[in-house]
Design a protein around this ligand. Structure first.
Ligand SMILES: Nc1ncnc2c1ncn2[C@@H]1O[C@H](COP(=O)(O)OP(=O)(O)OP(=O)(O)O)[C@@H](O)[C@H]1O
Ligand SMILES: O=P(O)(O)OC[C@H]1O[C@H](OP(=O)(O)OP(=O)(O)O)[C@H](O)[C@@H]1O
Length: 222
């Protein structure tokens, strides 16, 4: 019986620039139209007739793969931690998309431990609640989808939990990091059931694992 096509989900933003060379070395080569950022298509062919790419928001990569609508994808470990989907398996650390998740607040604000309750603006309410719970603090999370850095100055929340890479966004918005929460890199993710039932998924995992190992070895030798 012919197998149905595989779907590979990738995030549409900054992570994609780092992910594309990795994908190509692992044998996932998109059609030329994929590189055109003005293209409004969401689904693209690859050089493999049985493999297509979908370009979606980072959080949705995890959702498509967890539900089996895509069998494989690339996403930051922040997203994996936030959703904690049992149907997702993240077998390969791709060593790209390095950043970390941290608590931040206004420069000059008292950083002393807060009481048993804190209000936090974040795109990551689950990670944030878990982080504060471990310290015996109840976090009331205000969910934002971006521009968290505005929350303290506008009185929405005194603390934010957000991604930090260079630290420039915090600095330019009058904020300072107070506690790191989680180091983040991008991972290859697969749907657990697809991995068990479709050998093409296992073959792709192996190709990405070999690619990541080769880069690691080249880095160590340099
Ligand atoms: N400043 C940063 N530096 C490095 N990696 C980052 C940074 N910000 C985010 N990331 C990583 O990139 C992922 C987001 O990927 P990307 O920007 O490609 O997705 P997106 O769908 O465009 O995002 P959004 O849903 O925010 O629009 C994050 O989940 C994180 O793992
Ligand atoms: O430490 P930096 O190098 O300044 O990077 C951190 C910023 O990058 C991400 O935002 P992004 O650009 O993805 O926009 P967003 O606010 O829409 O999430 C993150 O949410 C921070 O705002």
């Amino acid at each position: 019986m012919p197998q149905s096509d595989l779907t590979f989900a990738v995030p549409k933003g900054r992570l994609l620039d780092d992910a594309l060379p990795v994908m190509e070395r692992a044998g996932v080569v998109p059609e030329p139209g994929f590189h055109d950022k003005t293209n409004r298509a969401l689904c693209f062919a690859t050089e493999r007739p049985d493999l297509r790419l979908i370009r979606v928001r980072a959080f949705d990569v995890a959702t498509f793969v967890a539900h089996g609508a895509a069998q494989i994808g690339i996403v930051g470990s922040d997203v994996i931690e936030e959703f904690d989907y049992s149907d997702l398996y993240a077998p390969v650390d791709l060593d790209i998309g390095h950043c970390h998740l941290a608590v931040a607040q206004a420069v000059g604000e008292d950083a002393s431990p807060i009481s048993s309750h804190v209000r936090v603006a974040t795109k990551y309410p689950n990670i944030t609640r878990r982080y504060y719970e471990k310290q015996g603090v109840q976090a009331e999370c205000v969910k934002l989808n971006g521009a968290m850095e505005l929350a303290p100055s506008l009185g929405l929340a005194r603390r934010i939990v957000d991604l930090v890479s260079t630290g420039r966004t915090l600095k330019e918005n009058g904020l300072v990091e107070t506690q790191p929460i989680l180091d983040i890199t991008a991972r290859l993710i697969v749907n657990r059931a697809a991995l068990k039932t479709d050998s093409r998924v296992a073959d792709l995992v192996e190709a990405f694992r070999r690619e990541a190992d080769a880069r690691l070895q080249a880095k160590a030798a340099a």
